[in-house]
Write a protein that binds this ligand. Structure first.
Ligand code: S3P
Length: 418
């Protein structure tokens, strides 16, 4: 249990951990490619360690030195392995597609949370390419059987980078051409990295086409994760001034900045650059008076992981905010519509659930209160921000799960783990 006191002021310059999505991909794709690659700035969070262990089990050699990785790929994976994906949806979904493409038979499983999350969403589109993926009542464990694949046209009804990536990874090894179309473009790290690795891939709006290609290992310099920086950006907006350094600002990930624009949060980007085919910048955020906002389905993919935090900001804003079109939140590491509403109400706010979103009646101040993380890293970190920004603070149980994406989170916000 962590005691988190409310604070008058929060200020500082922060270097945040590497991007989780990019780290997963740098490990997985290089581990299945020809050649050797060096990855710097990698996130050593539990989810990425799950990907690393799976790829080692499949035969790749991966050496670590702090946040640097050296990967020697294995273009043909070992057969019939049991792969523990831990808590990580990205590991299990992307790897299912990658293995299907390599005609590798394997079983993928995970913890209680992962075992409750939907897997048909990858099994069904992959079956259109000829893959045979057996789920356990639509969930993990997932068995990938060895079948030759042929390219196909795949339309998915809910935007998802995980599903899109699974199909593209299978498509890279399928005969012919595979085109995936999603309703609104989700994060495009897979497309960028596959292109850098020499894949024949073409993006056209919300559609991506990939042809059978050989992947060559590529060095990756991972920027800081905007989803981790978001907690420090929010603390700047609520309580003072924060500067987050070297943050990935790929436009498919910057929905939090769109939310800031609507809320009236003062921020600026400087030191812009590009590394490993991904845009990055320093982000300065200052204390701001916030107004209520309305977010709809169009806004959701670019801010999917930040929505609990954005809802918390709405609780500190003036007026009634409405988030809709975010049903996907119900199938994340926890049911984040339910757990976000519980979080805000526990801290003294006023939030109600919609089937696909939240209504938050802003109060400008929250008194604070005690709560549990529901073993969801993003809920734990959002709760910590809420407590810190509240009048009396609170006690957070099971906050250690932040190690999934941000192992030294509490140290960085200055909370004693004692
Ligand atoms: C991710 C995609 C998103 C996101 C998750 C990471 C990825 O999931 O919520 O944290 O790295 O591809 P969905 O594709 O299920 O929306």
């Amino acid at each position: 249990m962590q005691r988190i006191d409310g604070r008058e002021y929060f200020e500082g310059e922060f270097t945040l951990p590497g991007d989780k999505s990019i780290t997963h991909r740098a490990i997985m794709f290089n581990a299945g490619a020809e050649g050797e690659a060096h990855v710097t700035g990698a996130l050593m969070g539990e989810d990425c360690l799950s990907t690393m262990e799976c790829m080692r089990t499949l035969g790749a050699e991966i050496q670590t030195d702090g946040n640097a990785l050296h990967i020697k790929g294995t273009p043909s994976f070992k057969q019939n392995q049991q792969l523990n994906c831990g808590n990580s949806g990205t590991t299990i979904r992307l790897l299912t597609g990658f293995l299907a493409g390599k005609q590798t038979q394997a079983t993928l499983f995970g913890d209680a949370s992962l075992s409750s999350r939907p897997m048909k969403r990858v099994a069904e589109p992959l079956s259109l390419l000829g893959a045979e993926i057996q789920t356990t009542d639509g969930r993990a464990p997932v068995h990938v059987l060895s079948k030759p694949l042929r390219g196909a046209k795949v339309d998915i009804s809910v935007s998802s980078a995980q599903v899109k990536s699974a199909v593209l990874l299978a498509g890279v090894s399928a005969d012919g051409e595979t085109t995936l179309t999603e309703p609104i473009q989700s994060r495009d790290h897979t497309e960028r990295m596959l292109a850098a690795m020499g894949a024949d891939i073409c993006v056209n709006g919300n559609s991506v086409t990939v042809k059978k290609s050989k992947l060559h290992a590529v060095d990756v310099c991972v920027p800081a994760d905007i989803s981790s920086a978001a907690y420090f950006m929010a603390l700047g907006a609520l309580k003072g001034k924060t500067l987050c350094k070297n943050v990935g600002v790929n436009p498919t990930r910057t929905g939090i900045l769109t939310a800031f624009d609507k809320l009236g949060v003062k921020y600026s980007l400087c030191n812009r650059g590009v590394s490993g085919g991904e845009e990055k910048a320093d982000i300065l955020v200052e204390k701001s008076d916030m107004r209520a906002i309305c977010l709809t389905a169009q806004d959701v993919p670019a801010m999917i992981d930040e929505l609990p935090l954005i809802a918390l900001l709405c609780a500190f804003a003036d007026g009634e905010s409405r988030i809709t079109g975010a049903k996907e939140l119900r199938v994340k590491e926890s049911d984040r519509i339910r757990t976000t509403a519980a979080l805000i109400n526990r801290l003294g706010g006023d939030c109600s659930e919609l089937p696909d979103g939240l209504i938050i009646r802003g109060k400008r101040k929250l008194c604070g209160g005690d709560m549990d993380s529901y073993l969801d890293h993003r809920i734990a970190m959002t709760a910590a921000v809420g407590m810190l920004a509240s009048e009396k603070g609170g006690n957070l149980s099971r906050g250690e799960c932040c190690a999934i994406s941000f192992p030294d989170f509490f140290e960085k916000i200055g909370v004693n783990l004692g």
